[in-house]
Design a protein around this ligand. Sequence first.
Ligand code: AMP
Length: 495
Amino acid sequence: MTFEALGLHTSILKALTEAGYTAPTPVQQQAVPAAISGRDLMVSSQTGSGKTAAFMLPSLHKFAVAAEQQQPVSNGSGGRTPNQEAQSARSRGERPRFRPAQPKMLVLTPTRELALQVTTATDKYGVFMRRVKAVSILGGMPYPKQMQLLSRNPEILVATPGRLIDHMESGKIDFSQLQVLVLDEADRMLDMGFIDDIERIVAATPETRQTMLFSATLDGVVGSMAKRITRDPLVIQIASAATKHENIQQRVHFVDDLSHKNRLLDHLLRDVSMDQAVVFTATKRDADNIADRLNIAGFAAAALHGDMHQGARNRTLDGMRRGQVRVLVATDVAARGIDVPGITHVFNYDLPKFPEDYVHRIGRTGRAGRKGTAVSLVNHSEGMNVKRIERFTKQTIPVDVIEGYEPKKTASAPRKSSGWRPGDNRRNNTAKPGQRTFAKPGNGTGTGAGPRREGSGGGYNKGPHREGGNGGGYNKGSRFGDSNGGGNRRSYGDR
Ligand code: AMP
């Protein structure tokens, strides 16, 4: 399958060649022709699957075709941008009349980083098109700057929901001309408590719009919302190697305490096969502290979390892309959407609270078909959390022990029932000191798919944070109920 066969406009084909893309990914193969034909889409695919191009290429194609056919931009201003209108009003000695931006396409994303990434990708795919402007409307960006961007009447808006609502309420955006609505990482937006904002935004768009929803899962609340806002959608479920993370070697190391964990992390970060790494922590404070500690230890490390200003976050990510930062120490939300090909390793310094976050975290490595390594440093008391992740991903994560860094404890209660013991992998350990031993699933250590799969409650989806949503309305705060509820989480990603 080639991009030509998908029927894309020549200007887009040229941009794809320039970007070095040779063939469409599975999600692109299915989504692009359907979207060109105007169908709504409900797509379950992970980050790394090429989903951005899957919704952006067909939309750009349609804009390119419309531009060729010289379809007027019917925004009631004779095709002039609000900026041009203001200038001509001033030249007539009149006070410029404010005209809201009238985008043709809106992409909603959960985080600023993902929004910026989508905008950058759009610029890349549309580089040879005559006039397509994509701008990001984000929390954390100064309002005057955003007003300036909106005054250019961009065709494409990429926005986080909260800030977009602010602009809608102050009359800066008018969706009457909107043709395409995309919800990117919709499950994550719901997790972050954006359900009401999304409903309001959708209600402000024309019924005639094309809607494309992308999500890691189409189950539960996100699935019912998807059905509500789409019309006769084509449902695409991508179970690619990237989705299953077959290209990412995962493993768990058990640790006795913090000092053991820190020593082990230092050791693992010296792995010669490591190019760049992301270390995930549970708190922003830990992200700062560990980045400081690693810098002192001689690693080029930097923290990334939601308390940092957007400028500082962008600088850190740029440093990562340029290879100046080797170890990024990040919290979940800040690291969401990071797409840096050099990330070979992901370390869970702290396990994520929820299994979906594990999937998102490890997806920072193994980008675009490369190989990656994901290592979780786990306290003995957290065995049950590993088990939940295994149920969610339907994969067994092998336990690894490095000589010289062995855990002192030899058993952890939750794992006992599964037939597994920390240290099991060491029984046949013939490795030299410092050399890693690696246990494959089902190699006689009791980590095979059989007993460990047999959980009592069924899949993780039935677990605590989903329960609120099962009876109907989405429970905004349930997932983060032990902090400040959904509201607290929102302050990370938006406004
Ligand atoms: P995404 O899933 O949209 O975050 O894309 C993941 C990565 O794959 C990005 O770095 C894209 O630039 C890259 N990518 C997307 N589509 C293709 C393709 N057809 N060929 C090669 N790389 C691609």
